[in-house]
Write a protein that binds this ligand. Structure first.
Ligand code: AG3
Length: 286
């Protein structure tokens, strides 16, 4: 009998996601975190940061399409786009599909993530060589706080709000983002699972809501993320996202469509209630 290797992420202290592993391609520690790339039987290659699944070849398109195309097709003419985090390049790849985007800036704290993705995840990192892209290795909060009136769209593709990413979920950061956006600018941030991170989702949404004239939550199903139901918060200085405005639709998308765009803002009551009611900081009893 051949020995089986499995990787488990403990998504909560009482629930895990396990994937059977074919091969460990990389396991290393940088100044910032532990990086692993595993080849899995079910989902293909998978990027793990500090024990948390960031993306897999099988389902990365869902998250990357939804975090990028919703804001890019809400803004009437996105020309300059900033990505905070996202060193694997998946969000940049989606942004680079737009011919009208002139300038993309990726601010990633850990060069190790970019190197690992270039080497082991070419399908995801392919656009990191696009001539419109500039990569800056810096803390995202520091970077946005040094910018003024500079971007049409800012996308926050962070890890969970622990350790290095914690500052990317706080009010000072969102104030910096607001200032770094041009008039009519749009922010989207990944805001975790309504099942397992309800209190965090609420707090983050409310922080963005307090700063932007209008804010909205939308959802997508990402099978390898905790609970599978994932949220994004959009803050806008201009257009409402409820009706996609952009006239350019990149071809051959696999999750995003204009119908999905509209329907992703329709929230189940338990999520809608989360946004404005007070949730206890205790984890929900699932
Ligand atoms: N960033 C959000 C991943 C969060 C996953 N959480 C977890 N596994 N506990 C994804 C980065 C992809 N570019």
């Amino acid at each position: 009998m051949e020995m089986e290797l499995w990787y488990t992420e403990n998504q909560t202290p009482a629930l895990g996601l396990s994937l059977k592993v074919k091969e460990t391609l990389l396991r290393c520690r940088t100044d910032f975190q532990e990086i692993a790339i595993l080849d899995t039987v079910q989902c293909g290659r998978m990027l793990i940061l500090d024990g948390m699944v960031q993306t897999t070849i099988a389902d990365e398109f869902i998250y990357h399409e939804m975090i990028a195309h919703v804001p890019l097709r809400t803004h009437p003419a996105p020309r300059s786009v900033l990505v905070i985090g996202g060193g694997d390049g998946g969000v940049v790849r989606e942004i680079c599909r737009y011919p009208q985007v002139e300038q993309v800036t990726l601010v990633e704290i850990d060069a190790g993530v970019v190197e690992a993705s270039r080497r082991y995840l070419p399908e995801i990192s392919s656009a990191l060589d696009d001539t419109r892209l500039e990569i800056i290795y810096q803390d995202g909060r520091e970077y946005v706080c040094s910018c003024n009136d500079a971007f049409d769209v800012i996308i926050v593709d962070s890890t969970e709000p622990v350790a290095i990413a914690e500052g990317l979920f706080g009010t000072p950061f969102y104030q910096g983002v607001f200032q770094a956006l041009k008039g009519g600018g749009i922010l989207v941030a990944q805001t975790e699972s309504p099942f397992y991170n309800a209190a965090l989702l609420q707090a983050t949404f409310q922080r963005i809501h307090a700063i932007f004239p209008q804010s909205f939550l939308y959802l997508a199903s990402v099978p390898t993320y905790p609970s599978g139901l994932w949220s994004f918060t959009l803050g806008t200085k201009g257009s409402s996202p409820l009706e996609p405005a952009g006239d350019y639709l990149p071809p051959e998308l696999r999750y995003y469509s204009p119908h999905i765009h509209r329907s992703s803002f329709t929230l189940p009551p338990f999520v809608q209630e989360l946004l404005y009611q007070n949730v206890s900081p205790e984890p929900p009893a699932f």
